[in-house]
Design a binder for this molecule. Structure first.
Ligand SMILES: N[C@@H](CCC(=O)N[C@@H](CSS)C(=O)NCC(=O)O)C(=O)O
Ligand SMILES: [Fe+2]
Length: 297
């Protein structure tokens, strides 16, 4: 029963993405479910490639300087519709991001968050209000509102490419890492969008939003450091001018997570960071994807 539910869930997430099905259109395409039962789900990607171009990744890393946040734009430009997704957009830079999307001729289908941010307001709600058909995405565990709530193991398709969802709690309860697919026809090396779970030579703090140093250590070691060593690591923030790292580099040189768990916990307990300046406004807004449609008090 459980494997069937899991496959069904993958199918549902896929069905809302690359082919722009409406939920009512899911049933006629249930034949794809059969391909999910095959040992390698690459069968499905290969099958669709024939129908809708060969997968070709377009990737852009964008920066918001006040919160030192990275936003990522990914699209399958080998697909005729150039379906795209945007990870961790910031409200202040939505205009810039959407201009780029327009210039590149992309069709944004998902505006996604790695977690409920505490230091800035997400742009996912604004993007939804500006571009029709965009669905907001966040984890079920975040307890936030969004059009699509995803869980560990889900695959989010854009065209013939996808991001795999990995639960990496510890900075917050609902933190996710999104990883590019490992299908034979996917681009290599893989890319991991780690949010605040793993930063370059650092990691997310664990002193609020359900944070736990124990959980973060487990998440990074079981879900991120197990990726191929050449996987490119793209965090949600950088405060030191870095743009990208690799799993291998972080396993060797991350001053926190390359240590044993007890040392890691001691480091995290002694960070003494001030709370983010915007936390009181950002968390409630981000629990509704930045739409700020909270009922009046
Ligand atoms: N000074 C900034 C907030 C800086 C901060 O706390 N960053 C977070 C990620 S955003 S929730 C963090 O986890 N930092 C870890 C670290 O080691 O710096 C502000 O006021 O907004
Ligand atoms: Fe955060």
């Amino acid at each position: 029963m459980l494997p069937f539910l899991r496959i069904n869930r993958h199918f549902f997430v896929r069905s809302l993405s690359s082919l722009s099905f409406s939920p009512s259109e899911v049933r006629p395409f249930s034949k794809f479910l059969i391909h999910r039962l095959m040992p390698r789900s690459g069968t499905m990607a290969a099958r669709l490639s024939t129908a809708a171009g060969s997968p070709k990744l377009l990737f852009r890393q964008l920066f918001e300087k006040e919160s030192s946040t990275y936003t990522y734009l990914l699209a399958d430009v080998g697909h005729p519709e150039k379906p795209a997704l945007i990870v961790d957009p910031v409200d202040r830079t939505v205009d810039r991001d959407l201009s780029l999307v327009k210039e590149l001729g992309l069709k944004v289908i998902y505006a996604m968050n790695t977690h409920v941010h505490a230091d800035h307001i997400t742009g996912t709600g604004l993007i939804k209000s500006r571009v029709s058909g965009v669905k907001s995405v966040i984890s079920t565990a975040s307890n936030a509102k969004a059009d699509i709530l995803v869980e560990h193991g889900d695959k989010i398709y854009f065209g013939n490419l996808f991001l795999e969802v990995r639960a990496t709690p510890g900075h917050t309860l609902g933190c996710l890492t999104y990883v590019t697919g490992d299908e034979p026809d996917q681009p290599h090396p893989r890319m991991a969008f780690t949010g605040d779970a793993l930063l370059i030579r650092g990691c997310g703090r664990t002193d609020f939003q359900g944070g736990s140093s124990h959980k973060l250590y487990e998440s990074v070691h079981s879900q991120i450091f197990t990726l191929p060593k050449d996987t490119l690591l793209y965090p949600a923030h950088d405060y030191n001018g870095f743009t990208v790292s690799t799993i291998e580099e972080e396993m060797l040189y991350n001053p926190r997570l390359s240590k044993d768990e007890d040392t890691f916990k001691t480091i995290m307990e002694n960070l003494s960071l001030p709370y983010p300046k915007m936390i009181d406004a950002a968390v409630p807004a981000n629990l509704v994807c930045g739409m700020q449609d909270l009922p009046a008090n």
